[in-house]
Write a protein that binds this ligand. Sequence first.
Ligand code: A2P
Length: 341
Amino acid sequence: MRERRYNVAVVGATGAVGTEMMRILEERNFPVERLVPLASERSAGKSVKFKGEEIPVKVLDERSFEGVQIALFSAGGSVSERFAPIAARSGCVVVDNTSAFRMDPDVPLVVPEVNPHAISLYKKKGIIANPNCSTIQMVVVLKPLHDRARIRRVVVSTYQSVSGTGMRAILELEAQVRAWVEGKALEPKVYPHPIAFNCLPHIDVFFEDGYTKEEMKMVNETKKIMEDETIRVTATTVRVPVFRGHSEAINIETERKLTVQEAREILSRAPGVKLWDDPAEKKYPMPILAAGGDETWVGRIREDTSVENGLNLWVVADNLRKGAALNAIQIAEILIRDYLV
Ligand code: A2P
């Protein structure tokens, strides 16, 4: 029997994540019948390359989803808020990479290695939310440890690359590095301060209590994905001058004791995880190792002797792939395997 194929829309097809989505659809041989690349009027006349073909980008409008079965959204929260319900109403299933619907109780928030069963909730609104990039790579590592030893508290600090902000931020870092080499002034446009040779403890907007929205995404989304409201999480999220790959220093406290050896054993078998932890050989995860790949790398596993049952970990993944496009397409793969048959 011929495999069923799907018409797939990519909303934000000219952006950093959209580009990666199309690359991964092609790489993983997702059964695409027709690709529909969508973007804003700014992209009118542009085309994208898919499976060796140049496909014209269409301007997103209310009729864009006719005949489309799956829509992958990555064009910002306001675009999703407006157009994801329109897409769902026209009969397609939306996998949304923005934060617009993540905390909606009628929308599943899914990391396939952690809570694939939650996908079934998509039937309520026709929308599945893809979590925040930093949250995805953290829960991929935490879930197998939680299953064994029950995590009570997480303290995480992130070192997030500029590609998480989008294409303009990638270009801004590049331009500022060139300007620095040429002895010219650094001109911030996307970020409030220079990002080259700097670190910004400011991702997304600030709330009144002093936390950023990015930090609170990590707190709230972790509980929803791990399906455990009792896990206490606190985060500090920082933008660093790295093009691709987010890093995280994670401290956990567990109910049952986990030795470093046990944690290494668990993580060496965990789905989607690559254990890279041999400091004597200078083996530890770094963005330049993780970028371009699918795995979430973990290393520098140490006992935290300042508490009873504590561990420190260093976790790195490609934010455009596992943190965004890959996770969305893994969701879509489960969707067509188990639900759209
Ligand atoms: P465009 O290139 O036409 O502006 P990034 O995250 O890399 O900045 O990319 C954002 C993506 O979202 C781009 O493809 C961008 O298209 C798209 N986008 C932004 N605003 C809109 C909008 N109002 N309607 C449709 N697509 C949009």
